[in-house]
Design a protein around this ligand. Structure first.
Ligand code: F3S
Length: 401
């Protein structure tokens, strides 16, 4: 792989230990994947933030990189708690202390401590054809597909290494030839709400482990639909890019070597709701909305459904979003309505990376296929995957019927 004189100097340690280590990570990845050179990135998004997933060794690695500083705009994935409201969530104090240490370690490196899987809704949206190094899988799929930016699915350490060096290796989805669709998927399923897009994403990811799909027949694909679809497809099948006819910026490129033709119908989507739900009735401790982090539109819809109603004392109704979106939702009065009805709007975290198992929850309702897929193992809870409206109904009734 070609390296410039400046890059060689970094590898010799002339710009410090941390930068040398970070560049070594990027060069090693480049060599594994056959990159010809390193290319600059415009931004990074770094996973491995919740202490639950990062752990002590991960924390020590992040701390060890100071006094290095990031050289491009960089944000973080959700942490394990609302950084201001963790005690209201019932997060144990020892976990909170470790979590704050993680946040301080990233802040010391100059990372913007926006902890969100949807930074593109909060002022950090890459532009068309821009090379970036992002690691949250749902955001990777969203920015590649919906914005036409270019990123591989980075791990937390490699995204942090890109943040500190400003570089990534030129392979995979950074290259035109690897972005062409290789499977055509006709979607005839009726897509009535965001959970249907989530179910579609889940089914796509499952069916197409090694393909880039070209979707035909979607009735619409707004930001919220694309975010729901991206998250589920990336979770069930590592999908990092899809094209949707008439909606995504690269859908005009020629279809590559098409090796698969598939069809997804109503029956397929119905099957996803059944497959991912581990409970069919009974008490639900937590209704959790915001995987990926809720947009202003979703919080507005929630406020409309909750106006004048009361959440059952048997259940908690929690929304997860980013701090900037919550600030706007407060200004627009949505948070007052949601919290007046007994719900809560938390920032910086989510139902999967928070230590739910230590917080006494055993059953959860979600409108996200990704959350439903991960919850039983990540948070040790039984789960029901259903629509947004049904989630709100469960919260009002306190149980699933
Ligand atoms: Fe985001 Fe957590 Fe879901 S990071 S995509 S809300 S699992």
């Amino acid at each position: 792989m070609y390296l410039t004189n400046e890059q060689e100097a970094i590898l010799r340690g002339e710009e410090g230990w941390a930068k040398k280590k970070c560049l070594e990570i990027i060069v090693a990845l480049g060599e594994i994947y056959g990159a010809d050179r390193l290319i600059p990135v415009a931004s990074t998004q770094i996973s491995g933030v919740s202490y639950k997933t990062l752990g002590e060794y991960g924390l020590q690695w992040v701390e060890s990189l100071a006094p290095a500083k990031v050289v491009v705009p960089s944000t973080l994935n959700p942490a394990g708690m609302d950084l201001g409201g963790w005690s209201e969530m019932g997060v144990p104090e020892d976990f909170a202390a470790k979590q704050m240490r993680v946040i301080r370690a990233y802040a010391k490196l100059g990372v913007t401590t926006l902890c969100s899987c949807t930074p593109y809704l909060a002022g950090f949206a890459p532009r068309f054809r821009e090379h970036v190094a992002w690691s949250e899988s749902s955001a990777v799929c969203f920015v590649n597909s919906y914005l036409g930016a270019r990123t591989n699915r980075e791990g937390g350490p490699s995204a942090l290494a890109s943040a500190i060096t400003g570089l990534t290796a030129n392979y995979g989805l950074h290259l035109d030839e690897n972005r062409r669709p290789t499977a055509i998927v006709k979607v005839s399923a009726k897509l009535a709400g965001l959970s249907d897009y989530s179910a579609l994403g889940y089914r796509l990811g499952k069916l197409l482990q090694q393909h880039i799909p070209y979707l035909r027949g979607l009735p619409t694909l707004g930001v919220d639909e694309a975010k729901a679809l991206s998250a589920a497809a990336a979770a069930s099948g590592n999908l990092a890019l899809f094209h949707a006819e008439g909606f995504t910026p690269e859908s005009e490129v020629s279809v590559g070597e098409v090796r698969e033709r598939l069809h997804i119908d109503d029956k397929d989507l119905k099957g996803v709701y059944e497959e991912l739900s581990t409970i069919r009735s009974g008490n639900i401790d937590l209704v959790a909305i915001g995987c990926p982090h809720s947009s202003l539109t979703e919080l507005k819809a929630a406020a409309a459904l909750l106006k004048g109603k009361k959440v059952s004392p048997a259940t908690k109704l929690w929304f997860f979003t980013s701090l900037p979106v919550k600030v706007l939702a407060e200004r627009l009065g949505f948070v007052d309505v949601i919290e007046g009805a007994g719900g809560k709007v938390f920032t910086d975290c989510c139902m999967i990376v928070a230590p739910l198992e230590q917080m006494g929850f055993t059953t959860m309702a979600v409108n996200s296929a990704k959350a439903a897929l991960y919850a039983p193992t990540a948070s040790k809870v039984e789960v029901v995957f259903t629509t947004f409206e049904k989630c709100i109904d469960i919260a009002l009734e306190g149980r699933l019927r």
